[in-house]
Design a protein around this ligand. Structure first.
Ligand code: IVH
Length: 753
């Protein structure tokens, strides 16, 4: 399985690193196809193949939005190449939205906002609800009432300058009267169904390419290098948000939208203010009922907190606002037969069952694979042992219902027991790794069974190597997934460190490589140079490259910025080991207690269990506990990440492999983030006691947004302790250590809030 060509791996099975590589491959294939189609007038791909690649690209982007490339083919449907547009940096990032799929998730959304803001369950909290338009977003910048710039979303930070094209759209005013001096209006460019059909008819009559859907047609039409073509395409625009403003538009979302309407923008007439989840869900149903007759595509309903002061308090996660959510329409469903179940082994040893299906069309896309998640899922239980699908298990030969949640990852919704073939048997999940035969075990609390073979397992080793050379990791030119697989198969490399001794070991023999299929044009010497070039590696990147469970790019960089050097990081992880091991045991004991209590129908003694083996355990050396506290005190590093990190570095074979690698490298220290004028940037702060003007979560998010590090425990490294009433031992410890202590008001004054 590990040696599957990337294009054969189902989208939902791609690891992040594979997805990145695949997006890169698709970008070049599709760009070449576009070129052939538009400039050479000789398509080298059939329309069906082109569309299939396009869909695959889109599906990967939807699954991994963070990997979407600036030159993403999904943004250049039928359009000339992207290079023609200059780039424009957005003064305020263009965000995307978190998704929800059902009523409980919307209720959760309301609850989590209340929790964040410290609002009581019955305190009034209003939202707006409006259709989610299926088009492409556009940011329009007006200065002193004049449209000066229009930019696509791009990667959120930098978009494409499509000003000339945007000026051809009737819904976009060229001038405004009575607008703030600086006003960035954001909204969706879309094409109506009627205009889409007429455009496709015209395209066909001219022998041009038909667009797959109105969204692609809108994107392709806006992103024309020749704005006259854009002018001939009937694009429309709904305003629903804003970026930079020199003064507020209104105190509420609804008010701001009405103001935009008064300024001359089209706003969606189904935008409604709602008093809470019940009204929001009712409006969702009303919109869903009208969906077919609206005349343009929508794919859900967006809810936003109405009060803009609350929006400001809630702020953003890395790519999405906390104050908004997209409630997507349900996925399309189809029945088909489950032909077999394959088990794929990933980088971290996870055994992932994949359903191989008789191909079936779901919402216009042919689906032949679906994820089966894990063995419990196949058996008809969730992680807590509660039945799913009414407890129906999934068997080979079953008729299963497939759906694409969020229009992307195919999953199974149901099994038709009436059509179950007689004599079928429950699926027996392997207890050994199908790739290496090692035991595959499930630890308490882990939903996934994992191969224990470590680097002995070829699947794990290859997946780790592929991750290691992927773009966000070592990114060695000429050494991609394919080449690494080949080198592994030929036993030239078994682990990352081996890459750096290739020249030494095979310098002359590398000649053979040149003649190999898949090796490309790169000569062996170029490859050796490319490898040498990457010996110098930033700490965060190295850490990410190791491919440890739960240690992604963001976590790696957070760790690097905290510990700064490889040796400091290693020392800290080694120091924390005794605590991490104990913590993990405690978590496992808690899981067992939870299961036992559920089985015996009694209340679980979770606190006692945890305290018994962790919180109050005197056997954990103080030094280990301090190192552990420091680690989990880092913003973004929770216990799960910490346990994975510390145990991976503590696992002897894994560690030996890491040490061998580190010895080949020149690891660059990280830098603390620059202060940027914020009075608390780079400072480590601890909140303790009761906060009265904000919740803990809000305090933490705000401090972090200003560049401070928020830690959970007071140490010599703490700069400020913000102590509210009831600050107990942490307050005392701060006094002992002579750390600056202030109250909440002083803190708010300090950060200028
Ligand atoms: S609000 C900060 N409202 O959906 C929040 N977005 O999946 C900005 N979209 O990138 C987005 N209709 O392109 C918002 N009524 C609506 C929308 C909408 C469509 C798009 C937008 C965004 C994407 C996120």
């Amino acid at each position: 399985m590990a040696t599957d060509a990337m294009q054969d791996i189902a989208v939902d099975m791609l690891t992040e690193a594979q997805a990145r590589d695949e997006l890169s491959r698709l970008a070049s294939v599709l760009t070449a196809a576009n070129q052939a189609y538009h400039t050479e007038d000789s398509p080298d791909l059939s329309d069906a193949d082109y569309d299939a690649l396009k869909r695959r690209n889109l599906a990967i982007e939807e699954r991994y939005p963070q990997l979407k490339r600036a030159d993403s083919p999904s943004e250049q449907v039928g359009a000339p190449l992207a290079e023609g547009f200059t780039k424009l940096a957005h003064s305020v990032r263009m965000m995307s939205l978190a998704n929800a799929f059902d009523a409980p998730e919307i209720e959760d959304f309301d609850r989590s906002i209340r929790r964040y803001l410290g609002l009581a369950d019955d305190a009034p909290l209003a939202f707006t609800a409006e259709p989610k338009i299926d088009g492409l977003s556009l940011s329009l910048r007006y200065e002193k009432g004049i449209l000066i710039q229009a930019a696509t979303r791009g990667d959120g930070a930098v978009g494409e300058n499509v000003t000339v094209n945007a000026r051809t759209i009737d819904d976009i005013p060229q001038t405004l009267s009575g607008a703030p001096d600086v006003l960035e209006v954001r909204g969706e460019v879309y094409m109506s169904h009627a205009d889409f059909s007429a455009l496709n008819a015209r395209q066909e009559a001219r022998g041009g390419k038909r667009f797959a859907n109105p969204r692609n047609a809108a994107a392709g039409s806006l992103r024309q290098l020749d704005a006259e073509i854009t002018r001939s395409r009937p694009l429309k625009f709904f305003a629903y948000a804003w970026g930079e403003l020199s003064e507020p538009l209104a105190p509420t979302q609804m008010g701001a939208i009405e103001r935009l309407s008064a300024l001359g923008f089209s706003i969606n007439p189904l935008t409604k203010r709602c008093d809470g989840p019940t009204e929001m869900l009712a409006h969702y149903s009303a919109i869903e009922e009208q969906r077919a007759t609206l005349g343009y595509d929508i794919d859900g309903v967006v809810y936003k907190i109405d009060d803009l002061a609350l929006q400001a308090r809630l702020g953003f996660r890395s790519t999405t606002p906390r104050w908004a959510i997209a409630h997507k329409f349900p996925a399309e469903l189809a029945w088909t037969r489950l032909e077999s179940i394959d088990i794929q082994v990933g980088r971290t040893g996870a055994l992932s069952p994949v359903a191989r299906l008789t191909p079936v069309t779901v919402g216009g896309v042919v689906v032949s694979n679906a994820t089966l998640h894990n063995e419990d899922y196949i058996a008809g239980r969730d992680a807590t042992g509660a039945p799913i699908r009414d407890g129906k298990d999934i068997r080979i030969g079953d008729w299963v219902q497939v759906y694409r949640a969020g229009d992307v990852i195919p999953k199974l919704a149901d099994v038709d027991l009436d059509k179950r073939p007689p004599g079928s048997e429950r699926f027996v999940f392997p207890e050994t790794c199908p790739e290496c035969g090692s035991d595959a075990i499930r630890e308490d609390g882990d939903a996934v069974r994992r191969c224990t073979g470590g680097l002995v397992c070829p699947a794990q080793a290859v997946e780790k190597l592929k991750h290691f050379v992927s773009r966000a990791a070592f990114d060695i030119e000429g050494l991609g997934a394919k080449q690494v697989e080949q080198l592994y198969r030929d036993e030239w490399i078994a682990e990352p460190a081996d890459i750096f001794s290739l020249k030494e070991r095979f310098g002359s023999g590398m000649q053979q490589l040149r003649n190999r299929e898949g090796w490309g044009e790169k000569s062996a010497n170029n490859l050796f140079d490319a490898i040498d070039e990457k010996r110098k590696i930033p700490l965060g990147r190295l850490l990410f490259s190791l491919g440890l469970r739960h240690v992604g790019e963001v976590v790696s960089n957070d760790l690097a910025r905290h510990y700064l050097s490889w040796s400091a990081l290693i020392n800290a992880l080694d120091a924390a080991r005794a605590a991490a091991v104990r913590y993990r045991e405690a978590e496992q004991a808690v899981t067992r207690e939870r299961q036992a209590a559920a089985a015996e129908g009694r209340r679980a003694k979770l606190k006692e269990t945890r305290d018994g083996c962790w919180a109050a355990d005197p056997a954990i050396p103080a030094e280990a506990r301090a190192a552990w506290d420091e680690l989990i005190g880092i913003d973004g590093i929770g216990e799960t990440v910490a346990v994975s990190l510390v145990t991976s570095f503590g696992q002897p074979t894994e560690r030996a492999s890491i040490d061998r690698l580190a010895a080949c490298l020149d690891i660059q220290d990280a830098e603390r983030p620059a202060s940027d004028g914020s009075p608390v940037a780079g400072k480590t702060v601890v909140f303790t006691g009761t906060l009265e003007r904000m919740t803990r979560a809000e305090a933490k998010a705000r401090a972090e947004a200003l560049g401070a590090k928020v830690s959970g425990s007071v140490s010599k490294k703490t700069d400020i302790v913000i102590a509210g009433p009831g600050a107990g031992s942490k307050g005392e410890k701060a006094r002992e250590l002579g750390v600056e202590i202030m109250d909440e008001d002083a803190w708010l004054a300090l950060i200028g809030a």
